[in-house]
Structure formats: C-alpha cells, structure tokens
Design a binder for this molecule. Structure first.
Ligand SMILES: Nc1nc2c(ncn2[C@@H]2O[C@H](COP(=O)(O)OP(=O)(O)OP(=O)(O)O)[C@@H](O)[C@H]2O)c(=O)[nH]1
Length: 219
C-alpha cells in the first residue's frame, strides 16, 4: 500500500491542524513524537509537484498564536544524522528542538528535498570532494554548474499558515529565510540566532557563509 498518498484516515483528521487552504502541498498525517528534548506532535505534509514529504514537529498550542518560535531546518543527512563536523546543521537541529521544547511552544519544519541547499545528496558529495581540494562551499557548487542555493521556503510558509501560526520568532542566522517567509505572508517579528560552538572542521564553512552568503555569524 502506498502510505504516502494524500487521503488521510479518520484518526489523522481528528488531530489535523487548522483549516487554512493549502497551496502546492497537502497535509497527510499526525502522530505523537516523544523525543529526548520533549514531547512533540508530528505532522507529515507532501508536496504535490514531486511528492517530497516534510516533517513538522509542533510543541504546545500554536494555532492563532503570535511570536511562535519557529525553525525551518533544511535536510542535511551528513550533519543531522551522521554526525558530520563539516557543517553546523546537526548542532543547530538539536539546539532548535531544545529551545522550542524549553519554550513549551513552537514549530520545527524539517524540509526534505533541501539537501545540499537544494542540489541533492550526490551533488553535495561532489561539492565536498571539490572542497577537499581547496574550493569553498560557494565555489564548489558553481564549479559543478549548480546554483549556490536552490531552496524555496514557500512550502514552509504554507505549512505555518495551515497550522494557524500568526507570526514567528525565527531561529536562523540566514536573513534570506526571514525575507522568504515575509514575502509568502508569514510575519517575522524577531530573528533568533542559532550559533552552536564551531569546530576545526567547519570554521571555513562558517566563514564562507558569513562573508559570501550574508549569514549573521560571528567572525
Ligand atoms: N551545497 C552544499 N550544501 C551544504 C554544505 N554543507 C551543508 N550544506 C547544506 O546546507 C543546508 C543548510 O544551509 P546552511 O547554509 O548551512 O544554513 P541555512 O539553513 O541557510 O541557515 P540557518 O537557518 O542559519 O541554519 C543543508 O541542506 C545542508 O545539507 C556544502 O558544503 N555544500
């Protein structure tokens, strides 16, 4: 049975988020997700164009709420799952879940299909190979003939609206995320930095994000 198809069960319907209409994406299912950080409600959403499924972790009551703590987290298999030191993704994910759980209210949208800033896993590995030869994270993508950042945050905005979130405190160092959310109709009332301690492997990566990609990171 294809469990990824959109039509959801009565049990899902009982727990499903608000009734705002969705564009380009559909709500699929809901369950509990107890984590080491705290108790979340887990929703799955599916992009209509290509079937990409996103994971949305919700803590507390967010419907109709202002200034909800939100993290839009781009998938990073190497950093989030495999413990890679090349980037700051894994520690940012952990830190965001901890902060949302501590606040008792918030949303983490885990954006699948964003791997490698949207170029995909194998291209990211190709880019890493070029970085091993001295290129930085921007030039490596360019050398492969790929965009530096191919991500869209429109789906995340749709999901937040569907959850009934009225405005956001955004956990991010990337000013573009705020711009994209605001453009898509989700007010961002504050940007909250997420800066885990750096390590010797990711210093250059973080410097490149600061100097070439405009991220608000300490020098
Ligand atoms: N192309 C490429 N992608 C990378 C590299 N390292 C991490 N990524 C991806 O970068 C994405 C995260 O983007 P970042 O630029 O680290 O941070 P951000 O999400 O824009 O900003 P924050 O909200 O501050 O985390 C994830 O999808 C990772 O898979 C790399 O060297 N090259």
């Amino acid at each position: 049975m294809d469990t990824t198809k959109g039509s959801h069960t009565q049990a899902d319907a009982a727990a499903e988020p608000g009734s705002a209409p969705l564009q380009g994406i559909e709500y699929v299912a809901t369950s509990r997700l107890p984590t080491r950080h705290g108790e979340f409600v887990l929703h799955s959403y599916r992009q209509l164009a290509d079937g990409t499924e996103h994971a949305v972790l919700v803590c507390g009551n967010v419907a109709g709420q202002e200034d909800v703590l939100v993290r839009l987290h781009s998938e990073c298999l190497t950093g989030d799952v495999l413990g890679s030191l090349r980037c700051d993704c894994g520690p940012q994910l952990e830190m965001s879940l901890e902060r949302i759980a501590a606040a008792g209210r918030g949303v983490l949208v885990y954006l699948r299909g964003h791997e490698g800033r949207g170029i995909g896993f194998s291209h990211k590995v190709r880019a890493y190979a070029l970085q091993d030869k001295g290129l930085d994270t921007v030039d490596a993508n360019v050398a492969l003939g790929l965009p530096v950042d191919a991500r869209s945050f429109d789906c995340a905005a749709e999901i937040l609206k569907h959850l009934g979130v009225r405005s956001v405190h955004l956990l991010s160092n990337n000013p573009r995320k705020k711009q994209e959310l605001v453009k898509a109709g989700v007010p961002v009332t504050r940007v909250v930095p997420v800066v885990p301690p750096h390590n010797h492997e990711n210093v250059r990566y973080l410097n490149t994000k600061r100097t070439r990609m405009g991220h608000d990171l300490p020098g």
